[in-house]
Design a protein around this ligand. Structure first.
Ligand code: ADP
Length: 164
């Protein structure tokens, strides 16, 4: 069985992430989307909230599981006996950073963990969780960026009602 892990902050999940999830789930038999509990970042949503949001957003994909982890991806992947990590590439600016992480993980895992990159569908190339949060914090329209229920949850966090 071919399995992969898609790790990330997903704070919160956007249509860009969902596009990568959907496409990876067609390539692999089982895909685990795993929320990284990164102690150095102050997230808008807790790990538990992000897991719940991802579960709801992927409920139509039977071979997608949601999980969370802290610490090194290579240790988490080893414990799960998975050898492929998925990452999405939006632009050349993602590439340098992602290449370094992918090579580090490959080296540190003794060649056991490879990273597969999926390039973003063009219509989502501009999307990032941080820009979505910034737009929402000013009451801007994020309906093109995240599912409707996620938009509602983001506005709630910023104390913004249904109509802005
Ligand atoms: P990080 O894990 O770097 O904190 P995210 O949780 O935002 O960042 O993203 C997880 C993964 O999804 C990364 O590989 C990132 O490049 C990718 N990604 C984020 N936004 C998009 C998008 N709009 N299209 C494709 N891939 C994306």
């Amino acid at each position: 069985m071919k399995a992969a892990i898609y790790p990330g902050s997903f704070d919160p999940v956007t249509f860009g992430h969902l596009d990568i999830i959907r496409r990876s789930a067609e390539i692999f038999d089982e895909l685990t989307v795993s929320v990284l509990n990164n102690k150095t970042k102050t997230p808008l949503f807790s790990v538990e909230e992000r897991v719940k949001i991802l579960e709801e957003a992927t409920k139509d994909l039977p071979n997608v599981k949601i999980d969370s982890f802290s610490g090194l991806l290579i240790d988490y992947a080893k414990a799960k006996n998975v050898h492929v990590a998925i990452r999405g590439l939006r632009a050349i600016t993602d590439f340098e950073y992602e290449l370094q992480i992918a090579q580090t993980n490959h080296k540190l895992s003794g060649g056991r963990l490879d990273t597969m990159f999926l390039t973003t569908t063009l219509e989502y190339a501009y999307l990032s969780s941080s820009s979505v949060k910034e737009i929402a914090s000013f009451g801007g329209d994020i309906s093109q960026c995240v599912p409707e229920f996620v938009a509602r949850l983001i506005y709630e966090k910023y104390g913004i009602g249904e109509n802005g």
